[in-house]
Ligand binder design. Structure first.
Ligand code: NAD
Length: 475
């Protein structure tokens, strides 16, 4: 284990107690590559222990009254709120995102809001028939032990999205955060354990191999995974034996279409934050923009002007609105895609080369981008927006829909009928009109095609953590 003064050692939580590991990995701040803490490297034995604890806790937790599980969700919201400054700082340190703006404090605010909202949802039984022939009741029952595997971009918010509906509906959980950003989740689960019975929520940390062990574990009943499409496909295969239930929230390559009647100065701000929230490291960020030829130059100019006043830098400095890329792989990938785009004829309007320290890459707007360029066809997951010119709306719709992704899409303009007509034709789990990347706890969210399987949030999201059970009685 490296030794760095002041870097804290974090622990896994299994059955309500801290669990030590044989090895600890340093976790680095992407803004300056300093070590900010050490995460335990969990192994198969720790995972088995966590699953056994979750299984043992399930028997009691699944039988608790609804009101008690609602109260537990409220208690989680409260304990997150009481510790929000500490959690937000941890998120900034391990992801690089700014504390302010659409950054770490916003993320922790989301954790509180989603926990509160999940407390208030319910899935009462439905009477499907009650007459002289039969009484038939539909119940939603918990699936059992849920294995949750999360990415590094919104680590705590995604943890809450996985854990809260699972426990609200009577399941128990073993969560594994990304090895790039495990510290906040280790602390979050420790806090949750202050208000939950032992074993209801357990956390193990480690690398991809630990994720693979979770997705094939014989005593886990459901996997909820947020991450890349490539990993989602592996999980789906590993989860096949025993028919594990699956929720997969995967990659996106969201298109935005700007209609000829859009006012560039009005839409620029929404498009900018739709694309550059969390420096583009957001599944539902706008990742390619199709703009009508009649306003193409004006939209490019408006975006460049907006970008010029958005400061990027160390997230702990409160004036910064954007931070670095979270890890070296992502940094190299973004750099490579931009270089490839330049060679293929894209014109750099702003940004276009790394900033020199940490994993900072500037906001990069690429004009004259075309379908077929890698920066357009692949998910960049970074602060890069290729802008493509179109003449006919049918071409733009075809371009928006032709890739294997289908998380979100958006259309921007003034005429309501024209906006609605385009929205109807876009193939995605969510189509936004004059906004992008806007989510809420009561609105189901999920991808079509290779962007995912199943939905999160709202009543549909709760249902995803249950099996149906029909009680069919003769009259
Ligand atoms: P990733 O798939 O590399 O890793 C995500 C998690 O999966 C990590 O915890 C990792 O350790 C684990 N993992 C890796 N290999 C595994 C395996 N074989 N079996 C089981 N688990 C394994 O993704 P990432 O790089 O952390 O995140 C970026 C990706 O996540 C992007 O594609 C992004 O679009 C997607 N994402 C999607 C959503 C959504 O809601 N749709 C939200 C956030 C991120």
């Amino acid at each position: 284990m490296d030794t760095v003064a002041d870097a804290e050692v974090f622990e896994m939580m299994i059955n309500g107690k801290q669990k030590k590991a044989g090895h600890y990995d340093s976790v680095r701040n992407p803004a300056d590559l300093s070590t900010i803490g050490f995460a335990p490297r969990g192994d198969a034995e720790a995972l088995d222990e966590a699953v056994a604890a979750a299984r043992a806790a399930f028997a009691d937790w699944s039988g608790r009254p609804e009101a008690e599980r609602q109260e537990a969700c409220r208690a989680i919201a409260n304990i997150i709120a009481e510790n929000q400054a500490e959690l937000a700082r941890l998120v900034t340190l391990e992801t690089g995102k700014p504390l302010k703006g659409l950054g770490a404090e916003f993320e922790i605010g989301g954790c509180i809001g989603w926990s509160q909202a999940t407390a208030e949802f319910s899935l009462p039984p439905t009477i499907l028939q009650d007459d002289e022939n039969a009484r038939i009741e539909l119940r939603h029952v918990p699936v059992g032990v849920v294995g949750s595997i999360t990415p590094w971009n919104w680590p705590l918010l995604i943890a809450v999205w996985h854990i809260l509906p699972a426990i609200r509906t009577g399941n128990t959980v073993v969560i594994k955060p990304s090895p790039y950003s495990p510290l906040g989740t280790l602390r979050l689960v420790e806090l949750m354990n202050e208000v939950l019975p032992a074993g209801v929520v357990n956390v193990v940390s480690g690398g991809n191999e630990l994720g693979a062990l979770i997705s094939s574990h014989s005593d886990i009943d459901k996997i909820v995974f947020t991450g890349s499409t490539a990993t989602g496909e592996k999980i789906m295969q590993a989860a096949a034996p025993g028919m594990k239930r699956l929720t997969l929230e995967l990659g996106g390559n969201d298109a935005g279409i700007v209609l000829p009647d859009a006012d560039p100065s009005v839409v620029a701000e929404g498009i900018f934050w739709g694309a550059f929230i969390n420096a583009g490291q957001t599944c539902a960020a706008l990742k390619r923009l199709y703009v009508h030829s009649s306003i193409y130059d004006d939209v490019c100019d408006a975006l460049v002007a907006y970008a010029s006043q958005v400061p990027m830098g160390n997230g702990l400095i409160e004036t910064n609105a954007l931070g670095p890329l979270q890890n070296q792989n992502q940094f190299e990938k973004v750099k490579d895609l931009v270089e490839d785009a330049k060679r293929s004829g894209a014109r750099v309007l702003t940004g276009g080369s790394p900033l020199g320290s940490g994993y900072f890459y500037p906001v990069t707007l690429l004009a004259d981008a075309k379908d077929g360029m890698r920066v357009v066809d692949q998910e960049q997951f970074g602060p890069v927006l290729p802008i493509i010119c179109y003449d006919e709306i049918s071409e733009a719709i075809e371009s928006a829909n032709h890739l294997p992704f289908g998380l979100c899409a958006s259309v921007w303009g003034s005429d309501k009928d024209a906006l609605a007509a385009v929205a109807d034709k876009l193939v995605a789990g969510t189509v936004y009109v004059n906004k992008h990347a806007d989510i809420a706890p009561h609105v189901p969210f999920g991808g079509v095609k290779s962007s995912g399987l199943g939905v999160e949030f709202g009543i549909d999201g709760l249902k995803a953590y249950t099996n149906i059970k029909v009680i069919n009685c003769a009259a």
